[in-house]
Write a protein that binds this ligand. Structure first.
Ligand SMILES: NC(=O)c1ccc[n+]([C@@H]2O[C@H](COP(=O)([O-])OP(=O)(O)OC[C@H]3O[C@@H](n4cnc5c(N)ncnc54)[C@H](O)[C@@H]3O)[C@@H](O)[C@H]2O)c1
Ligand SMILES: [Zn+2]
Length: 382
C-alpha cells in the first residue's frame, strides 16, 4: 500500500526553500503529493542523467512504486538497491555492497543517486554518492519527519564505525531535496513523534514564535494537512540559514546540537536500541538543557523550562531520564559518555545552553562537576 493522496490534496504550488551555498546551492521542495514530480525535476536539473535509487524494505513498500513511476514518466532511466531498514545498514558491509552495485549498474559521473528513505538511507546513500567515482550527484527524498526537517538538509553524510556513530563520513551537498509530506502518513506514530522533537528544536534554539505556533498547532502537524507542510518549511528555512552561514560546523551550526549532548549519552547508554529513539533522546536532552540552564544565574526562567517540558509531554514525548524504560546507566557511565561525545578541555565541557525559548548559545565553559551534580539529581528522580 502506498500513501493515499487524493489529486485534490496535491500541493499545486509547493514551497521552495533555497540552501545558498554558491555553486553548491540547491532547492528544498516541500509539499503534499509532490513525489509524482520527482522525475520531471531530475530531468530538468540533469538532462539525460540516469538515477540509482537507494531505499529500505519498508520505504520500498510505501514509496518506491510512485518514485519509479515518476522517473519513468520523465524518461529517467533507473536502477535500485533495497537495504534492510535500521541503523545497522549504515555499515561498511552495506556501504561496500552499495558501491559495487552502483558501479555494476554503470552509473557514471553525470548520473545521480536518489536517497529514498529516512536518515539512515540519506546518510548511507549520500556518503556512497560522495565517494563512488570520486563523487556523484545525489537527490534526497526524505520519508521520515526527522529526515525532512533535519538529516536530508545540510550535506552531512556518514556510516558508523565500531568506535561510534557517523565517524566515517563526508560533507556532500545534494542537488535537490524533495520532501513530500504525504509520505509521512505511513510512518509509525512513534517515529513521527520522535521526528517532532527535532521540529521543536528549531523553535527552542532560535524562534520563540515558531515554538508558540507549535504549541497551538501540533495536533494539525501530526494529522497532516497544511500545518505539517508549514512546519517542515519553517524548519528547513532555519536549517538552510544556519548551513549557509556555517556549512562545516566551525561555529553557529553547533546550535543544531541543542539537547544532543545529554541526548547522545542517553542513546548510547541504551545501546542505540528501540528502547530510546534518537528523537526521544533529544526530547529528554532538550528538557535537560533547559533545566540545566535554569539553574545557572541569568539564564532561562524555571517557568520557561517548565513550559518546554509541558509541550513535549503533551505530544507524548519523554522529558525525564526516568521516562526511559528498563535499567538506567550509572552517573559514571553517563559522564564518561558525555566526555566521549564532547571534547573535555581541562575539566570544561561545551554545551548548547539557553537564555530563553528561542535563544540558544554555545557555552564552552561548563564545569564537569556541575553537570555531574545536576545529572545525579536527575537520576535520583526515579
Ligand atoms: N546527516 C544528518 O545531518 C543527520 C541528522 C540527524 C540524524 N541523522 C541520522 O539519521 C538516522 C535516523 O533517521 P530516521 O529517524 O529517519 O531513521 P530511519 O531512516 O531508520 O527510519 C525510521 C524507520 O521508519 C521507516 N520508514 C521510513 N520512512 C517511512 C515511511 N514513509 N513510512 C513508513 N515507514 C517508514 C524506516 O524503514 C525505519 O524503520 C540516524 O542514523 C542519524 O544518525 C543524520
Ligand atoms: Zn538529532
Amino acid at each position: 500500500m502506498t500513501a493515499k493522496v487524493r489529486p485534490e490534496d496535491v500541493t499545486p504550488d509547493p514551497t521552495i526553500v533555497q540552501v545558498s551555498l554558491g555553486a553548491r546551492s540547491y532547492d528544498i521542495v516541500i509539499g503534499r503529493g509532490i513525489l509524482a514530480t520527482l522525475g520531471a525535476r531530475i530531468a530538468a536539473l540533469r538532462s539525460g542523467a540516469r538515477a540509482y535509487v537507494v531505499t529500505d524494505d519498508n520505504v520500498a513498500r510505501y514509496a518506491l512504486p510512485d518514485a519509479e513511476a515518476s522517473l519513468a514518466r520523465a524518461g529517467v532511466g533507473a536502477s535500485r538497491t533495497t537495504v534492510p531498514p535500521g541503523e545497522a545498514s549504515k555499515s561498511y558491509r552495506v556501504f561496500e555492497q552499495l558501491c559495487e552495485a552502483i558501479i555494476a549498474a554503470r552509473i557514471e559521473r553525470g548520473d545521480l543517486v536518489v536517497a529514498l528513505g529516512g536518515g539512515v538511507i540519506g546518510d548511507l546513500a549520500g556518503f556512497t554518492a560522495a565517494v563512488v567515482r570520486r563523487g556523484l550527484d545525489y537527490v534526497q527524498v526524505p520519508t521520515t519527519l526527522l529526515a525532512q526537517v533535519d538529516s536530508s538538509v545540510g550535506g552531512k553524510t556518514a556510516i558508523d564505525s565500531a568506535h561510534g556513530k557517523n565517524l566515517i563520513g563526508a560533507f556532500h551537498q545534494p542537488i535537490l531535496v524533495l520532501a513530500d509530506t504525504a509520505l509521512l502518513d505511513t510512518l509509525p506514530e512513534r517515529e513521527f513523534r520522535a521526528g517532532y522533537a527535532e521540529l521543536v528544536k528549531y523553535g527552542l534554539l532560535g524562534d520563540a514564535t515558531f515554538f508558540a505556533w507549535l504549541e497551538a498547532h501540533w495536533h494539525e502537524v501530526f494529522s497532516g494537512g497544511p500545518a505539517r507542510e508549514e512546519a517542515v518549511a519553517i524548519a528547513c528555512r532555519a536549517k538552510a540559514a544556519i548551513v549557509a552561514r556555517d556549512e562545516r560546523e566551525t561555529g553557529d551550526r553547533a546550535l543544531l546540537n541543542l539537547g544532543h549532548t545529554f541526548g547522545h549519552a542517553l542513546e548510547a547508554a541504551c545501546g542505540f536500541s528501540d528502547r530510546l529513539l534518537h528523537g526521544e533522546a533529544i526530547s529528554i536532552g532538550m528538557a535537560l538543557a533547559f533545566e540545566f540552564s535554569a539553574r545557572r544565574q541569568g539564564l532561562v526562567s524555571k517557568a520557561d523550562a517548565a513550559r518546554v517540558v509541558r509541550h513535549l509531554t503533551e505530544t507524548g514525548l519523554p522529558t525525564k531520564i526516568k521516562d526511559i524504560p528498563g535499567p538506567l546507566p550509572s552517573i559514571d557511565q553517563l559522564m564518561q559518555l558525555i566526555a566521549q561525545d564532547k571534547k573535555v578541555r581541562r575539566g570544561m565541557l561545551t554545551f548548547i545552553l539557553v537564555r530563553g525559548i528561542g535563544a540558544a548559545f554555545v557555552e564552552a565553559g561548563v564545569e564537569e562537576r556541575e553537570v555531574r551534580t545536576f545529572l545525579n539529581e536527575k537520576l535520583a528522580e526515579r
